[in-house]
Unconditional design. Sequence first.
Length: 288
Amino acid sequence: MIWLSGKELARERRKVLRQKLELLPQPLCLAVILVGNNPASEIYVTAKERAAKKAGLHSRVLRLPEDTSANALTLLIDGLNQNPGVHGVLLQLPLPPHLDMARHLQEIDPQKDVDGFHPVNVGKMTLGLPALTPCTPLGIMHLIRHYQIPLEGKNVAVVGKSNIVGRPMAQLLMHAGATVTICHSLTAHLPEHLRNADIIISAAGSPDLIGPECLGRPVYLIDVGINRLADGAVCGDMQTQNLATHPHCLGLTPVPGGVGPMTIQVLLENPLYAGSGSRIDQTLPLHP
């Protein structure tokens, strides 16, 4: 069994990113919009800001009060779209309840949509065209290729069907030649669906959901879940201790230190793709 460390790969890719950024005629700017006082969002934004600084990317955080109106947020996004000095725009989620997430995500210029959530980018990705791609699924694809995990003709089970991870993850895997099964919270008899998988990717947000009973053959396990327990401890969707010693476990991502660092790394790379037209291994091979 090997640990699939996203932390180490992100560090390697950040060196390459820094070198590419140094060659540009002007610094690239990532604008992050944070509405309200969500503690988790504040932690995420601070981590992204710190990572951007290490990579040599200028990060501009725009903090708005909880009661910001929809029209005020629209005007801010439009201003960032029109500003040539801003190369990427990120709207930190979740938004306060009175704001429409779908509306405001669609207001971001697709060319600056570093999260890859705009319908234009989603459509291009689905068709296998070059596009800004959601950060977590693309980060997982980089992780899979780095560890030379084969995808062509392999059975991959994706647990979770969100627009942020599950759905785009399935699209990228199919483009790479995998046979994909999508499971979710309404899937009956989940272990039965997983036992035939060569790779299991879980983004269900359910602590310890995947255990030894889900393994029926040699398998790589990629845990996207980040769940905080009542005692403050953090765990993923997989029973890490039980699975790490299982004879069928070929590789496992740690939590933390697995998928998370790659998500942030792709977020830092996407402004380079958006702002300069260059790319760091942005597209992936397509298969009929």
